[in-house]
Design a protein around this ligand. Sequence first.
Ligand code: K7E
Ligand code: CUA
Length: 635
Amino acid sequence: MKRLLILVLAGVALAVALAHLPGCTAMKSGGVTGDAAQKVYVKPGEHDTYYAFLSGGHSGQIYVYGMPSCRHITTIPVFTPEPAVGYGNDVESKAMLGGLTWGDAHHPGLSETAGDYDGRWLFINDMPNARIARIDLSDFKTHQIFGPIPNLSAAHACPFPTPNTEYVFAASRFSVPVPNRQVKIEEYAKDFRGIIAGVKVDPKDGTMSLGFEILMPPFDYDLADAGKGPSEGWEFFTCYNSEMAYDSLEIKASQNEMDYFAAVDWKAAQKAVDDGKATMINGAPVLDPAKVKGIVYLTAVPKSPHGVDVDPSGQYICCSGKLQAEVSVYSFAKLQAAIQGGKFDGDKMGVPTLKYEDVLEAKVPVGLGPLHTQFDGKGYAYTSLFLDSQIAKWKIGPPWNVVDKIDVYYSIGHLMASEGDTRHPTGDYLVALDKLSKDRYLNVGPTHPEGAQLIDLRGPKMQLLYDFPTYLEPHYAQMIKAEKLKPFTVYPLEKNQKPGAVLSADDIRIERKGNRVDVYGIVVRTHFAPDIVKVNQGDEVYFHWTNLEQDDDIAHGFGICWSSKNMQIEPGETKTITWTAEKVGINPFYCSNFCSALHQEMQGYIEVRPKGSPLSAVQRPDANLVAQVAAEMKR
Ligand code: K7E
Ligand code: CUA
């Protein structure tokens, strides 16, 4: 039955694709009308009103755009080294990456206070390595990478913060044996398990730590959203593959009419761990719902659901069955009533199951291939339709009808509304994150950019404003009012506590111990001090550079010739990078980041002597240079 549906849907997709072949003029203009250009025009020198954070998918990064201009402002390196700034190259960020140089980042999650974005942190998942990163929005830098989370394979339903950022979550997209060991894959249902993990966030500084894990049936957990308002304290997760197939999933995992969404009472789960009801597996406190009751429930959802999205009021849970032309809207009140009334129709490995009709509030006939839903705060929801390449706008509440549709180009995945995951979406803009851009941009060969489109939500009908390409490959994104963020632009030198920082000219020195050499130096317009470094072949050299600048936008670089070593040092910052003196001879280094009229003069030399050459344990720069730096420090 489902197989047939897939074929039908595939046929529809083909028809849609054919209707959109190049040459059709309606497609070329993409339905853009009259005043669209004015609405995206941000005058030179003026700023956008929103920051948009787009996940970088398998680039492992986060892209920052300004809205409504759709200008790419910067990229924040997160899970992947970034040579221009030295991310993953300096000692500290290299350690944070933990030896991994790749991530697949799907879902940015802005921190919230009372259900609204508060502008403190941005979390994002690395699915394949089951990690979560925290970016501090005071400096737009990655400050923590938590994980790999034990026992959990592929954190896709992740991180989706709670309304006061007590937790971020992760759930396994691919089940594996827990604890992982060699088993027969054919014994999947017996040995494999899913995991839902609650990761605690320290309210003071955002530091993540593991709160609890829940052992789940080996389904594929797909997406999540936090309850809010009346549903605060709960987190919801969709899953597909309740068939528990382990091969040919496209057919075998599409057999059942119903899959599930899981509802986790995270306060109850944490309490159960605190009460000692967990078993430690690989260092993680794991709760087994067969033994610990009242922490998780499953409710039937038609046809391989993807997105789960809680409306701003917190009353409704909207699930999109991708092989169905409807969004299933569930009532949190009904869910509670069914749980309280014990209306279970069985269980799956100890997790009580609830009936579809007992929890369902409405079915909204949105169109083909529904994936994700967003909200405008004015009583409407917007669902992306992958197969129809459309967005459907529908009314939350009776008669639960579709009131508008708009074409997008093409094959939309996620969509994001301005402050759309909060209790108070602003209802200004929507961005369609299209999976295929095909013919929308200049041809650059077989790998096309991804397509994103800005849509105005302020009128009664959705209005397409602008197309912009993105690099591989945004999944989800979030948009926050620009006025909520006030990132600082220089690190105050007086607060610099980094080991290796040089805050006085007298501290500039080169120290040797065995074959380790530590260079404690400063960078400032327009020189390095020291700019002559003498080492022996085989020495392991640690360069600790402190940037004395306290002016905006004066970063210096440190690049070493004949090496892969480069990093940027921002105003007031201290960073360390290591380099091994492999060859006897002279090795130049230079400032790689344009900093002033004399940037080109900002350079130095490393003299590499033969192994065992006599060198003093401490080298200091000459007195003139020290005096010059001392004067610079007073400025
Ligand atoms: Cu692409 Cu959220 Cu990973 Cu949907 S996911 S489309
Ligand atoms: Cu310092 Cu260029």
